[in-house]
Design a protein around this ligand. Structure first.
Ligand code: HEM
Length: 413
């Protein structure tokens, strides 16, 4: 392991911050056994996503044992295309409207349970809400105890960066889910076989698009959807509330915007400032710091650098979002960057790109706005421990640390 790789693994965020002003935008993390480059130069990132058909999409070493060998996150070819063809349409456009009721019921139920004065962990609270939402979309009604087992397992695997490293390098990889949990998830999925409105129901009614889909592959997709569909969205929602707490003038302007309308946040055009706040939070604190690894299948050249087949390219969203020429004073929280202006092309990729572009991006944006709007309307909140260095990595997800508290002093009906 070379010095870069060691610092990358042990001090990831300071290591990245030290490279913000590096104009090369490419850095070798490892030379052997396979060369691995971290890439954030906007031209290079744009090239990677545009040429996505030419890459293999390698599984993350941390996530593979969790999500399973057959996860759609690293499926390739026709199988991958079939998953996207089935799961994409219900998660975008006008079909998302059917989901607004689920988001609204879930977030208002969670707010009703906050009895002031109280302090909850902001990150845990948003994880609970977003897991409930995605589990209803994937599986229909799900028992809270099943969700608690799922959460406990993910927390054991990813809740402490040092423990996750120890699992990866000293033990046999992060722990898989128990057979009992897998069995219950698959049973729940099969119980929705006649409900094509759920994502599990859609997969089971696959009309021949997924020949040979067995229980083990079904388990991998259910776990992948529950995981990808809540960890990142929870972090983004928590970051949105955190950045508003740190910027009182913006928070007051957002509350005034909400006071002037009865919009629930689902339509971005009705609450442009809140939408810009969410976009800026996703820029400054991108929950997915990295897009998926891309492996070159042929010799190529990138920014004049010759690259052999087999080289792994890891697009670094965190650093691209801090490219100073596109985002002056990149550490500053400034939603004005996204108000009445075009998002700088090539520089803004919170949901990755190319053939692997996030399947749930529209759902996520809708959820974050709706949850933030409901909290800001119904509660007076402030963050506790907000100065104590809040960013933490859970696997690859940049989330606020668990100790960042959300104090709720007032809750309106
Ligand atoms: C703020 C929230 C979210 C963020 C920041 C995010 C980010 C990402 C990123 C960066 C990727 C990899 C793209 C690439 O490698 O180019 C991805 C993939 C994916 N995301 Fe999300 N995501 C979010 C929410 C969701 C939600 C709500 C779902 C719900 C279904 C979801 C499902 C997926 C799936 C299935 C993939 C794999 C797509 C493929 O490989 O074809 N994500 N996401």
């Amino acid at each position: 392991m070379n010095r870069n790789e060691f610092r990358w693994l042990t001090r990831t965020i300071p290591f990245l911050d030290a490279h913000i002003d590096d104009p090369a935008g490419v850095l070798e993390l490892r030379a052997r056994p396979a060369r691995r480059l971290l890439v954030w130069h906007p031209v290079a990132i744009d090239w990677i996503f545009r040429s996505d058909q030419r890459f293999r999409h390698a599984a993350s070493r941390t996530l593979r044992p969790l999500l399973g060998e057959q996860s759609l996150l690293w499926a390739e070819g026709a199988r991958h295309a079939a998953y996207r063809q089935m799961l994409g349409p219900p998660l975008r456009g006008s079909r998302l409207t059917a989901i607004h009721g689920i988001v609204s019921d879930t977030v208002h139920g969670a707010i009703d349970a906050l009895v002031p004065p109280t302090v909850v962990s902001l990150a845990d609270w948003t994880r609970t809400v977003t897991l409930r939402i995605i589990s209803r979309l994937v599986l229909g009604q799900v028992d809270d105890r099943l969700l608690a087992s799922f959460t406990n397992w993910i927390h054991r695997a990813l809740g402490s960066p040092w423990r996750t490293l120890a699992y990866r390098y000293l033990w046999r990889g992060v722990p898989r889910s128990s057979e009992e949990l897998d069995h219950k998830l698959v049973r729940c999925a099969k119980a929705t076989a006649n409900q094509p409105a759920t994502l599990a129901g859609l997969l089971l009614a696959h009309d021949g698009l997924l020949p040979g889909l067995d229980d083990s592959e079904l388990r991998d997709q259910i776990v992948s959807l529950l995981f990808a569909g809540h960890e990142t969205t929870a972090a983004a929602t928590a970051w949105t509330l955190y950045w508003l707490d740190r910027n009182d003038t913006v928070r007051r302007d957002v509350v005034s915007e909400l006071d002037a309308t009865s919009a629930d946040g689902s339509d971005a055009t009705q609450i442009p400032l809140l939408h810009a706040v969410v976009q800026e939070a996703l820029r400054l604190s991108p929950p997915a710091m990295l897009a998926g690894n891309r492996v070159l299948t042929t010799d190529s050249e990138l920014l004049g650098l010759p690259l052999a087949a087999g080289t792994i390219l890891t697009p670094c969203i965190y650093l691209t979002h801090r490219w100073p020429a596109a985002f002056p004073q990149p550490h500053r929280f400034d939603p004005g960057r996204f108000l009445n202006t075009r998002v700088p092309p090539r520089h803004y990729w919170p949901f990755g790109g190319g053939t692997r572009h996030c399947l749930g991006s529209q759902l996520a944006l809708t959820e974050i706005r709706m949850i933030a709007a409901a909290v800001l309307r119904r509660c007076e909140i402030h963050c506790v421990n907000a100065d104590a260095g809040v960013a933490q990595l859970r696997g690859h997800v940049l989330a606020p640390a668990q100790r960042l508290g959300m104090a709720v002093t007032v809750r309106r009906p």
